[in-house]
Design a protein around this ligand. Sequence first.
Ligand code: ZN
Length: 329
Amino acid sequence: MATENRLPTPITNDERKRQLTRNKCGLNSALLYWNPDFIALGRRLVVLIWLQIVGNTVIAQEVEVIAPAEEKLARQIVMEIKRHEAGLGIWWTGHNGWLLKANGVVVGTDLVLADPSRRENPPPVSVAQVAKLLDVSFVTHGHGDHFNGPTTRYLVSESDCMFVLPVSCLDEAKRFGVPPDRIVTARPRESLSVRGVQADALRAIHGNKKGAVYYEANLDDCGYVLHLAGKTVLQPGDSVLLEDHLFLKHVDVLLFSPTEHNWLIDDSLTAIQALEPDVILPQHRDTYPLSEQNRFWAQGFPHEVRLRLPETLQKRYRVLSMGEMLLVE
Ligand SMILES: [Zn+2]
């Protein structure tokens, strides 16, 4: 996925191949839960996560639990999340994946923790360590580096989190086995509430090489303004710069993507200067192995943006390392 000359797709053929046909029966129910069965394949830990009954075939889905980059850091993050009480706690898990905790509720955005493409650059915590902590998983659009099949399958089985999904993700959600009663549908320019968290869904229009709007851009994709601990957090998802962003006038925390297919450098500067955020955090960077083919979506330019900001805004700018905790009070 990460080496292809196109945007990540919702589900890969490899992923389909990893589905193991286990049995035959005549049932037609959608899902049958099964306790995870851990299988060590060399150094890889694989979990057979649940059985899906499609027609007459029972299928066991296989999810590889990517070990965290450093077990010690992972344990520290889990402890920080559990102990966090006041203010807004923020942890970057790579790419657009963030964990945010406020008022006892743990929220994730675009979590990609069990993607085999991350074996070389693993997340700071494993999906297994996060699953039981997570209350709400926000997803911006259906590409595999944002709405990730293996991660979602694991969370469906091992977490009781709710999924906030744009209409453009509902078909994939069905394939990933997300039960309808765990989905809150997000629509651009509408607000929603889930597990005590208020969010405003924003329009998002996906870009491509040279900053052009993507031919397959989907008007149902979303960004979000999350209201957490009295702060606003803007997660624009993958989108070219829109008036919808600038009309916000101010956000407390800005998560933004300085990549060729998002805001790159100039539009990042425009947005930051318009929104004057108190905390400025670049994302969509330093996660997937780079190639000439994927550079337009996998390479971010956080330092180039920072250098061109006035000093007052540079002071609010943090290029976080994965797993580093930031507390916003
Ligand atoms: Zn993306």
